[in-house]
Design a protein around this ligand. Structure first.
Ligand SMILES: Cc1cc2nc3c(=O)[nH]c(=O)nc-3n(C[C@H](O)[C@H](O)[C@H](O)COP(=O)(O)OP(=O)(O)OC[C@H]3O[C@@H](n4cnc5c(N)ncnc54)[C@H](O)[C@@H]3O)c2cc1C
Length: 463
């Protein structure tokens, strides 16, 4: 292990944002130190994106087994072997983790394991060792938040960290928070056989998504018998002999084996020397400009530590942006509206661009189309329901102009949003997309069909 030293760039935190920055910086010939107190890959690889998606895949297999008779296939569903699911999940994580470690080694990045803190505007201390850099990149990420008075005990009152490692399927669960993490856990546990209720203070599930997507998800969850308590505040939790009893505003009480607290994640920034070295912060998030520069010229910050969307691919993009800026490239600020978002529940919810409500708030006149999956052959084969909603700016002549938002709901639609982000980020108009041929029968045809309809030439669309 390196014992201190000088580098071109010192990165504090080896999650998505930090390691992406290190990898890209190395391509410019920079000497990089990446300081990580736990495991490279961070939340996404070890406690977030990858382990949740492995669980969701196991859930999909369980659903397929349970529902196979719909397709004329005889199976018997015997239940979930939770330890075996965990070992499948771990095998996926381990394989990717090994790959990441060898990629970092291949780019000659010095990975230093230890708890780091900013010691000056150009150095990070790990124990007694000091790593100086021409530039320091802060990428210490985030951890689960709770509510005042709501204590996480790790057994009955848990966060996603413990939820991902449960070696049993809870008979019942209350999920506090109907955001992405809460919705994904609800989907998994319901497929595994739990009795699940989501409690969300705002009036819709996935509050950041278009209202139409949230309504369709809610309808699908109702069909799956996932309970929802929307527009209701949590008041208190008490532990019972068998689990928890949760009191909601208005007096309603819910009982379950576990309470999963999924009320958001907060930045890891206290006690790390940031403020002491002049790094300006707001509510714990490091303040940055559009190019991830902090108030200290030699320090940048990326990922969940800054107040941008808490997504791994946002962390990657910010890490790359900083590396390219330090590498002398002419970089542009990220258009955060153009970042694709996916909730990998059953059904999936995916989007890019703005919602109808945001268009209204920004005073933009729009034309919209909402193409139902019921008209798409592949979706009917999969027996999934949902829609593709496309929002375009309305031209002065009343035709549809630039596409501003794409919102999808349905099984497997997450993969389609990659096309959606090209459409949005390349400023495409419905006419441009209508001219492209989508393979039949695929779910991707819903993208083609929705844009054909917006361009005034619908094919299989009746509305
Ligand atoms: C359950 C769950 C599911 C998710 N699913 C998705 C998904 O499907 N898609 C998606 O895009 N995003 C998802 N996310 C979000 C995604 O994981 C985060 O946005 C991403 O990990 C942020 O990357 P980061 O590098 O900013 O921070 P982190 O990944 O949190 O990495 C920060 C790293 O810094 C290290 N560190 C902290 N303090 C110190 C210190 N003092 N010294 C040394 N090292 C330190 C930590 O150990 C950690 O490894 C999910 C998150 C959760 C919790």
């Amino acid at each position: 292990m390196a014992e201190g030293g000088h580098y071109d760039i010192v990165v504090l935190g080896g999650g998505s944002g930090g390691y992406a920055c290190a990898l890209r910086a190395a391509q410019f010939g920079k000497r990089v130190a990446l300081i990580e107190k736990d495991k490279v890959g961070g939340t996404c690889l070890h406690r977030g994106c990858i382990p949740t998606k492995a669980l969701l895949h196991a859930a999909e297999v369980a659903d397929a087994a349970k529902e196979s008779s719909k397709f004329g296939v005889k199976t018997t569903f015997e239940g979930i072997d939770a330890p075996a699911v965990l070992s499948y999940q771990q095998s996926v994580v381990d394989r990717l983790w090994k790959g990441l470690q060898s990629t970092l080694a291949g780019r000659k990045i010095d990975v230093i394991y230890g708890d780091g803190a900013l010691a000056s505007p150009t150095s990070v201390k790990v124990g007694d060792a000091v790593y100086t850099g021409d530039h320091v990149v802060l990428a210490t990420g985030s951890v689960p938040k709770s509510l005042p008075g709501l204590e996480i005990d790790g057994e009955r009152v848990i966060t996603s960290d413990e939820g991902l490692r449960l070696d049993r399927v809870p008979a019942s669960a209350i999920i506090l928070g109907g955001g992405v993490i809460g919705v994904e856990f609800a989907s998994v546990w319901n497929s595994f056989g739990s009795d699940v209720t989501i409690v969300e203070m705002l009036p819709q599930l996935l509050p950041l998504e278009d209202e139409n997507s949230a309504k369709q998800l809610q309808r699908a969850f109702r069909r799956r018998k996932i309970g929802t308590e929307l527009g209701v505040a949590f008041e208190s939790v008490t532990k019972t002999e068998t689990g928890v009893s949760v009191k909601l505003a208005g007096g309603k009480t819910l009982e379950a084996e576990v309470l999963l607290v999924a009320v958001g994640r907060g930045p890891v920034s206290s006690g790390l020397g940031y403020e002491e070295n002049g790094v300006a912060m707001t509510r714990g998030y490091v303040d940055v400009d559009g190019l991830c520069r902090t108030s200290v010229p030699t320090i940048s910050a990326v990922g969940d530590l800054i107040a941008t969307p808490q997504l791994a691919h946002v962390g990657f993009a910010e890490g790359i942006l900083v590396a390219e800026r330090l590498g002398g490239l002419d970089v542009r600020p990220i258009d955060y509206d153009g970042v694709p978002k996916i909730t990998y529940s059953e059904p999936e919810v995916a989007s890019v661009g703005i919602t109808t409500k945001q268009a209204g708030e920004r005073g933009v006149k729009v034309k919209e189309v909402n193409y139902p999956l019921g008209g798409n052959g592949r979706s009917v084969i999969l027996q999934t329901q949902g829609s593709a909603k496309v929002i375009a700016e309305e031209n002065p002549d009343g035709t549809a102009g630039r596409v501003l938002g794409i919102h999808l709901v349905g099984s497997r639609v997450g993969e389609l949003i990659a096309e959606g982000q090209l459409i949005y980020n390349w400023d495409a108009e419905p006419e441009d997309v209508a001219a492209l041929i989508h393979p039949h029968p695929t779910q991707s045809e819903i993208m083609g069909e929705a844009h054909l309809a917006l361009a005034g030439k619908p094919l299989h669309f009746h509305a």
